[in-house]
Design a protein around this ligand. Structure first.
Ligand code: ATP
Ligand code: MG
Length: 565
C-alpha cells in the first residue's frame, strides 16, 4: 500500500488535549490551530515518535490547521544530516503531511537577538562558573541553590561578554549565558537555567558560523513562537520545563504558544529511546537501524508493518496524561488485523519433510484451485501444482502421536489443503534415527478435500509440490528481550543483560511457485504460519521473507481474559 492511499478521518475522539484546544478556540485565546513535530536529528524515529506524530499531525488536521515538521537541531555534537534525511523519509512513509519544514538552526540569529533583549532587561547574565560548579550551585530538591558570583554583572558587561562569546574569544566551557530567575525556586529548571554554551563544533547546517549554541529550553519554545505554533504538544518529561517555557514567552513578549504534555509510549519487550537503540545498533546486538526486531519505524517497515497498521495502533492507544506500558501484542494485533484483510494466502513449508505418494502417477501434475483470500472474494483464485512428491511441515507429523495430536501419523489420514486425503503408510529414517521420508498414499476420490463416502479427517495440513517448490530463506523473529520490562530493571541490571539470544531464527524453506518474483515489501499469509513480507535482502535467485507476525492473536486472548470481547 502506498502512503497516498491513506485517509485520515476526522476523529470524534475526545481527550484532555482536544478538550483544551476546543476551549482555547471558544475563548478566543487562539483563532487557529497550528502544531509541530520537533524531532532532534540525533537518531532514527521509533514507534514512540509515531505516537507523537499521530497526536501532532492528527490534531492539526482535525482542527483544520497544519503541523510543521521542525528539526530541533541545536546540539551540533550529536546531530547529522543522515538523520534529517531518514526522519523526513519516515514521516512521509507514515503518510503525514507537514505545513512547513523548519529547522531550529534557521532561528539562531533571532534567538541571539532574543538573548540580547533579555540581557538588556537585566534578565540574563554571562556566568563564568564551570559546568561542574553550575551543577554544584544549583542545589537539590530539598536545598535551595546558591547564586552565582557573576549574577550581578552590569548590563554593559554582559552585553560585551556575550558578544565576545559569539566572536569566539573564550574557550569552550569557560562561560555560559544564564537566565536570571530564582535560585531558590522549588523547580530546579527555574534556578538560573543555562541559555547558551560555548561549543566549537561544526553544525550540519550552519557549519562553523556559530560557536555558541542555545540549549533546548532557549530554543524550543522560541521556535514555537516564531512559527506561530498555538499548541506545542510534547511528552510528559517536559512538564517541569513548562514554567520556564512560559517565563521566556512573557519576558520576551513573543507569540504565546501553549505547551501541553501527554504520556510517552512505552511498549513491553522493547526499549524506546534513541540512546538505547543506538547502543543496540553500535554494540552489534542487531544488524542495523532497520533490523526487523527494532521498534524503529525502519525496523518495523522491514518487519512488514504498514503505515495503516501503525496509525491504527496509535489511534487505538489513545492519549493519556499518565505514563503506562502498552502490551506489544496490541501493536501486533493492529498489523494482523490489516493483513488478514489484505494479504494473499499462499502455502509454504518452513521445516520440510518429504512425502512420496506411492499411488500417484509419476510425472503427473494437477493444478488445483486455491482461494487467494477467503476474507476477500474479489482477490480471486490461483492454481497450485500437485504432484507425487511433496513437502509437508515436520511438525505436522508424529510417529507416536500424543492423544491431542490429530495430524499425520502412521496409518492415519489427513486432508491436504485444496487437494486430497493423504495417509501415511511407512516412515523412513536415516542411520541416526531422524525421519527423512514418508511413504504415503492418497485417495483419488477426495479431490477438493471431501470423501464421497462421508468419512472425516481431523486435520488439514499445508504442503508444497517438491518439483515446483521455490527455495527461499525465512527469518522468524522473537522479542529482542527476555523480559517484558527491559527499560525498568532492578538496580545494577541493564537492558543489555536481558537480550534474547534466540530473537532471530533463519530457516531454509519452500514456497509454492506463485510467489516467484514477488517484490520487496510484498505481504503474504503463509497458511497456518503467519504473515510474511519480502525482505530487501532478496535477490532474483532467492527470495528472503520476514515473519511480520504470527497468526496467534495474543491480544484477543488478553482482552478475553480481561472480560472484554
Ligand atoms: P528519545 O528519548 O528516544 O531520544 P526524544 O524525546 O529525545 O526521544 P525527540 O527527537 O526529542 O526524541 O522527540 C521528538 C518528539 O517525539 C518529542 O515531542 C517527544 O516528546 C516525542 N516522543 C519521543 N519519544 C516518545 C515516546 N516514546 N512516546 C511519545 N512521544 C515521544
Ligand atoms: Mg529529546
Amino acid at each position: 500500500m502506498t502512503t497516498e492511499e491513506i485517509t485520515t478521518k476526522p476523529s470524534t475522539t475526545s481527550d484532555f488535549i482536544r478538550t483544551a484546544i476546543r476551549e482555547d478556540l471558544a475563548s478566543g485565546r487562539y483563532t487557529y490551530v497550528r502544531t509541530r513535530f520537533p524531532p532532534e536529528p540525533n537518531g532514527y524515529l521509533h514507534i514512540g515518535h509515531a505516537k507523537a506524530m499521530a497526536i501532532d499531525f492528527g490534531i492539526a488536521e482535525e482542527f483544520g490547521g497544519t503541523c510543521n515538521l521542525r528539526f530541533d537541531d541545536t546540539n551540533p555534537v550529536k546531530e547529522e544530516q543522515e538523520y534529517v534525511d531518514a526522519i523526513i523519509e519516515d514521516v512521509q512513509w507514515l503518510g503525514f503531511r507537514w505545513g512547513k519544514l523548519c529547522y531550529a538552526s534557521d532561528y539562531f540569529e533571532t534567538l541571539y537577538e532574543y538573548a540580547i533583549k533579555l540581557i538588556k532587561k537585566g534578565k540574563a547574565y554571562v556566568c563564568d562558573l564551570s559546568p561542574e560548579q553550575i551543577r554544584e550551585y544549583r542545589g537539590t530538591l530539598t536545598e535551595p541553590g546558591r547564586e552565582s558570583p557573576w549574577r550581578n554583572r552590569s548590563v554593559e558587561e554582559n552585553l560585551d561578554l556575550f558578544q565576545r562569546m559569539r566572536a569566539g574569544e573564550f574557550p569552550e566551557g569557560s562561560r555560559t549565558l544564564r537566565a536570571k530567575i530564582d535560585m531558590a525556586s522549588p523547580n530546579l529548571v527555574m534556578r538560573d537555567p543555562v541559555m547558551y554554551r560555548i561549543l566549537y563544533a561544526e553544525h550540519h547546517r550552519t557549519g562553523k558560523q556559530w560557536c555558541i549554541y542555545p540549549l533546548y529550553d532557549f530554543a524550543h519554545g522560541q521556535s514555537d513562537s516564531i512559527e506561530g505554533i498555538t499548541h506545542s504538544l510534547c511528552s510528559l518529561e517536559y512538564e517541569i520545563h513548562r514554567p520556564l517555557y512560559e517565563w521566556f514567552i512573557r519576558e520576551l513578549e513573543i507569540f504565546p504558544s501553549r505547551q501541553i504534555e501527554f504520556a510517552r509510549l512505552n511498549l513491553t519487550y522493547t526499549v524506546l529511546s534513541k540512546r538505547k537503540l543506538l547502543q543496540l545498533v553500535e554494540g552489534g546486538y542487531v544488524r542495523g537501524w532497520d533490523d526487523p526486531r527494532l521498534p524503529t519505524l525502519r525496523g518495523l517497515r522491514r518487519r512488514g508493518y504498514t503505515p495503516t497498521a501503525i496509525r491504527h495502533f496509535c489511534a487505538s492507544i489513545g492519549v493519556a496524561k499518565a505514563d503506562s506500558v502498552v502490551d506489544i501484542a496490541m501493536l501486533e494485533h493492529s498489523l494482523r488485523d490489516e493483513l488478514n484483510k489484505t494479504a494473499p494466502r499462499v502455502m509454504a513449508v518452513l521445516r520440510p519433510l518429504k512425502v512420496v505418494i506411492e499411488n500417484y502417477p509419476p510425472g503427473k501434475v494437477e493444478w488445483l484451485e486455491a482461494l487467494n483470500n477467503p476474507e476477500d472474494p474479489s482477490a480471486g483464485v490461483r492454481q497450485v501444482p500437485f504432484s507425487r512428491e511433496l513437502y509437508i511441515e515436520q511438525e505436522d507429523f508424529m510417529e507416536q502421536p500424543h492423544p491431542k495430536f490429530y495430524r499425520l501419523s502412521p496409518g492415519r489420514e489427513v486432508r491436504l489443503r485444496y487437494a486430497y486425503f493423504l495417509k501415511c503408510e511407512e516412515v523412513v529414517k536415516d542411520a541416526d534415527g531422524n525421519i527423512t521420508l514418508l511413504h504415503c498414499t492418497y485417495d483419488p476420490t477426495t479431490r477438493g478435500g471431501n470423501a464421497p463416502d462421508g468419512r472425516k479427517v481431523k486435520a488439514t495440513i499445508h504442503w508444497v509440490s517438491a518439483e515446483h517448490a521455490l527455495p527461499c530463506e525465512v527469518r522468524l523473529y522473537d522479542h529482542l528481550f527476555t523480559v517484558p520490562n527491559p527499560d525498568n530493571l532492578p538496580e545494577g541490571r541493564s537492558f543489555l543483560d536481558v537480550i534474547n539470544p534466540n530473537s532471530l531464527q533463519v530457516l531454509q524453506a519452500y514456497a509454492e511457485p506463485s510467489v516467484r518474483g514477488a517484490p520487496v515489501g510484498k505481504h503474504y499469509q503463509f497458511e497456518r504460519l503467519g504473515y510474511f513480507v519480502v525482505d530487501p535482502d532478496s535477490s532474483a535467485q532467492r527470495l528472503v521473507f520476514n515473519r511480520a507476525v504470527s497468526l496467534k492473536d495474543e491480544w484477543a486472548r488478553i482482552q478475553q481474559r480481561a472480560g472484554g470481547n
